[in-house]
Structure formats: structure tokens, C-alpha cells
Design a protein around this ligand. Structure first.
Ligand code: ADP
Ligand code: AMP
Length: 217
């Protein structure tokens, strides 16, 4: 059937085939470390038909996977608060999207949390995903540095994360300011950013998130 559709050429990837029927709809979720991206994404998933994919969680899982060729490299980047090379991150994201849609074709809405974090991420996305997914908008959790650091230090008491300490956090904040903010600003020039004041309580933040999602569909 597929070879009839696509002739004798190489059979295209699952994501490509499925995108001919239902293109993945993507919301990029950005904000500083500890802005509450993960917290809010979990709440969104409860009430809306979205699948949450966290770039950081996918990288941590790959770091822990037995036999992973890039586990050590990922570990070093995370500890240093640096951005992991895009080929690794984008493959993990693409694979997770494919697996989700393969299991249930109605699950084509994704919250991609912590991506694109820099110019390299954005270029990688544009190259690999061009025409294969629609980016609806960027959900930006705007939160001051001090609040972000305090939340991560609090999270660090139980998270077991190697980067929830003051030294790593200072580097992560720098990476965020230098590399991620310009990406948010770029999307802003295209009118694609929905900003939420994330310094308030979880419920207050979520009320704004709901208003955005109810409006955007
Ligand atoms: P991110 O995914 O942006 O790094 P998290 O969602 O993991 O951030 O939140 C970081 C920490 O701050 C967690 O311990 C979380 O429970 C807490 N937190 C998240 N949102 C809020 C909020 N609005 N007010 C207070 N604490 C919050
Ligand atoms: P997070 O869980 O979003 O706080 O991310 C933790 C760490 O994972 C970051 O400091 C980076 O080292 C790495 N990371 C997360 N997202 C990305 C990404 N999009 N590209 C590269 N590295 C990432």
C-alpha cells in the first residue's frame, strides 16, 4: 500500500506519513529554569488533549538508558547548564512524538517544554520538522531570576537533580538569558508568543494558561 503511494522510493518516516493525515500541533513552552514549565504542563495535560514532552526529561532518560552512546556527554552538559547538541535533542523529541502518535493517532497535540532553547535548536527544528508539524505558539512563563533560583533550590532538596544547586543554576540562568531569550524575542516579532506572569501562585498562573488555551483552541 505504502509503496504504491510512494512508488519505489524509500518509504518515508512514520511522522511524515502520519502528518499527511494529521499534522502534529505543537506549543513550545519556554521560561527560565524553575519558572514552572513542568508544573503547568502537568496541569494542562489533565484538562486538555495535549501530550507533554520535556526536552530535559527526555535527555535525563537518555542519560540513564543503559547502552546509550551519548549518556556521558548529556550528563556533562546538564551539570554545566549547557545546551546539549541539537541532533541528540531533536531525535529524542521526534521519536517521542512518533511513538505517541503511533499508539493513538488522536494524540497529535504536543507541549514541547524546554525547546527550542537556542538558535541551534531552532535551526535543527526547522530542518528536521519543516512541513511535518505546525508550531501554534510559544507559551512563555515569565519569571524573575531570583524567584527561579529559589524555586530550583527548594526543588533540589528532593529532586536528586545534578543541576539544582547554586553553581549549576547560575550557569543555567546565563544560558537562558544569552541563548533562550533571543529565541523568545524572535517568536515575539512574529506575534507568536503568549506570555504569562509565572511569579504568582500555581493556580493564578494556571488561570491565565487556561484562558490562553481556551482562546487558541
Ligand atoms: P521548570 O519545569 O520550569 O524548571 P518546575 O515546574 O519544575 O519548573 O518548577 C520548579 C519548582 O518550583 C518545583 O519545585 C515546583 O513545585 C515549584 N513551582 C512551580 N510553579 C510554582 C509557582 N507558581 N509558585 C511556587 N512554586 C512553584
Ligand atoms: P530542564 O529540565 O528544562 O531544566 O533542562 C535541564 C538541562 O537539560 C538543561 O540545563 C540542558 O543542559 C538540558 N536541556 C534541556 N532542554 C534542552 C534543549 N532543548 N537543548 C539542549 N539541552 C537541553
Amino acid at each position: 500500500m505504502l509503496s504504491r503511494l510512494f512508488g519505489s522510493q524509500r518509504v518515508p518516516s512514520f511522522l511524515y506519513r502520519v502528518s499527511l493525515i494529521m499534522k502534529p500541533q505543537v506549543v513550545f513552552v519556554l521560561g527560565g529554569p524553575g519558572a514552572g514549565k513542568g508544573t503547568q504542563c502537568s496541569k494542562i495535560v489533565e484538562g486538555y488533549n495535549y501530550t507533554h514532552l520535556s526536552a530535559g526529561d527526555l535527555l535525563r532518560a537518555e542519560r540513564a538508558r543503559e547502552g546509550s552512546e551519548c549518556g556521558q556527554l548529556i550528563a556533562n552538559y546538564i551539570k554545566e547548564g549547557k545546551i546539549v547538541p541539537v541532533e541528540i535533542t531533536i531525535n529524542l523529541l521526534k521519536q517521542a512524538m512518533e511513538e505517541t502518535m503511533q499508539k493513538d493517532e488522536k494524540k497529535f497535540r504536543f507541549l514541547i517544554d524546554g525547546f527550542p532553547r537556542n538558535e541551534d535548536n531552532l535551526q535543527g527544528w526547522n530542518t528536521v520538522m519543516d512541513g511535518k508539524a505546525d508550531v501554534k505558539f510559544v507559551l512563555f512563563f515569565d519569571c524573575g531570576e531570583e524567584v527561579c533560583i529559589d524555586r530550583c533550590l527548594e526543588r533540589g532538596k528532593s529532586s536528586g537533580r545534578t543541576d539544582d544547586n547554586r553553581e549549576s543554576l547560575e550557569k543555567r540562568i546565563q544560558t537562558y538569558l544569552q541563548s533562550t531569550r533571543p529565541i523568545i524575542e524572535l517568536y515575539e516579532t512574529h506575534g507568536k508568543v503568549r506570555t504569562v506572569d509565572a511569579s504568582r501562585s500555581v493556580d493564578e498562573v494556571f488561570a491565565d494558561v487556561k484562558a490562553i488555551l481556551d482562546k487558541e483552541g
